[in-house]
Design a protein. Sequence first.
Lengths: 281, 426
Amino acid sequence: MMNAEHEIIITPPSKIPSIGWKELWRYKELFIALTWRDIAVRYKQAVLGLIWVIIQPLIAMVVFTFLFNRLGGIKSGDGTPYPIFLYVGLLIWQYFSTTLINAANSMTSNAGLIQKVYFPRLVIPATAAASALVDLVIASLILAMMMIYYKLPPKPLSIVLLPVLILTTILVSLGFGLLAAAVNVKYRDIKHALPFAVQIMMFITPVMYPINMLDSHPTTKAVMLWLNPISGVISNARAVVLGKSPVCWDVLVISLLMSISLFLLGLLYFRKAEHYFADLV
Amino acid sequence: MTPKPVISIEQIGKLYRIGSRFGSCIQLPWNRKYATRQSNTELWAIKNISFTVEEGDVVGIIGKNGAGKSTLLKVLSRITPPTEGRAFIRGRLASLLEVGTGFHPELTGRENIYMNGAILGMTRRQIARRFDEIVSFAEISRFLDTPVKRYSSGMYVRLAFAVAAHLDSEILIVDEVLSVGDASFQTKCLGKMDEASKSGRTVLFVSHNMAAVSRLCNKGVVLSNGLIDYIGSSQEAIRHYSSYERGSIPSSVIFENDDTKRANSKARFVGACLEGKNGSGGDVFFIGDEMYVRMDIIFNEPTDNIRLSFAVRNADGVGVYHCVMEDSDFRPGVLCGRVSIKARFPHLSLYPGTYYIDDLWLASGSKTLDNIEGDILSFTIAEGGSVIRRRLASNKALVHEVPEWTVDSKIPNDRLLIEGEKLCSS
């Protein structure tokens, strides 16, 4: 009945955090169950249910198109119709902001679980990233319909590049999300600051305008691309999916490298802080 | 080679910083300088905890609130790391520190079973295999597809416990979870725990319910202020614990001399207490134990013809005994000054439960000298004990009696109870 495989040694936490992939893998069932719970619970007792996932970006698209395109005169820059240009940006931005905010609050909103059951705490913010991914896929159906309507075929390269771009988005969102989650356990200021910060960040990310608009401000553009990997992701996603402008390979590589570093930073910080979550949350 | 213990705990300690470290970000430098930090804000919730648990042991962890029981379980469940020391756990461990962790009110009973199972470490397949068992144990089959927010609290608790009770783990850590639910469900839960321990599982069990600890556990650990106070058999541990932990009605009392009428009396009670074998204090006894009721009396002048009585009631207020000294052959003669009179129960035979000593009465001849009414002392008869061979259902009887049983197979025909009929064919 007993075997060495299940021997657990409990010691004070070590100074150097490790990621513990093996253990994470053992808890994949919990990850799936929690993701499913997130999705199942969100739209229970709502008449429109999952349709809400589509309604939100759709309405944002209509309002922003009117404000920025019709009134403000902002153009996509490469001849793409503004609504679909905007929609791509909104989808990615929405994924980023949902994951970031949900991951940041995930520790406090699951305090009961954390204080009563052991499991790798990483499962919870990862759940936030996974359930937002489901939203992204559903909301992408509208994008597909718009692509047919505007007769914009995606680049053949998108089969390879789209997963890379999505991965980059996930890594950035989780990287920031893990940092915010770990800090939020100690300092609840994050909870108040984050929604505001995300709102401001949306304007310094090329969601509603093309990044080329900043060509006259090369320093600002460089800072934006380096520090905000989402910028690079959005402009390349437009290039790949809508097929009007060329893929910027250097930007793609920068985004990917930055996202990996951010993710690792978030991951290690989270792992280091994780031990005290149950005591502080 | 002797097998390694399932759990070995070596010098585990857990330090908490109490008080707010994060009160405000406006911490002025001079405040920081003069703030008294260090020792008064640090608290060892547990310290120097070392013991081992062998396979199949059912260990009861008892102690007052704040003694460190829950912290110890949290450390062993890996919810919080220890500050020092090490522990080895060999086997799959499931811990149940709360009933219904991870239950979501919006999800249905069925969905929550899978959800809760996953949280407690079961795979989907394991849950599916035991699904029917869980549902029938929880008695909620009719409401399987109703959101649990519409459940009654009883249904909720039953479902939550049912999932946990069907965990397939080798080691089970259980915190005070049996205090929920109605009496019949508690009995059911205890039965399930009994089953778990009989099937060779190792169980660590925290409870304030001494009857449950006594029934389920073979070992006991008493914690006090974060330190181990006692380790031994569960029954010894319970005795040890109860010797310093007393309920609202104690097992010893000193009567205040607050009443002039009493103070002027020729004699009065000054104190009373319960004693076990060899004069040891305590308020927990087992069937078959020896118990003394000791009454300390001051006689202000030589008194003859002393009469003394007291009553024993159960928790429902039903009188069990009325003990009157005149019923015995004992006659103390003339007494003066401070004396202790003891009544010995050589062989307690009350069913498990709480009992109260009530209505002390002292008289000389026909003149009442002192009378103290109300519940004065309390004691508990715990389940188990050396002479008990089965589980006693507390609603079945008040007094445990073992008659002499005989068999007679050669009864003359004329003494058969039912005449003319052959009871057994020869």
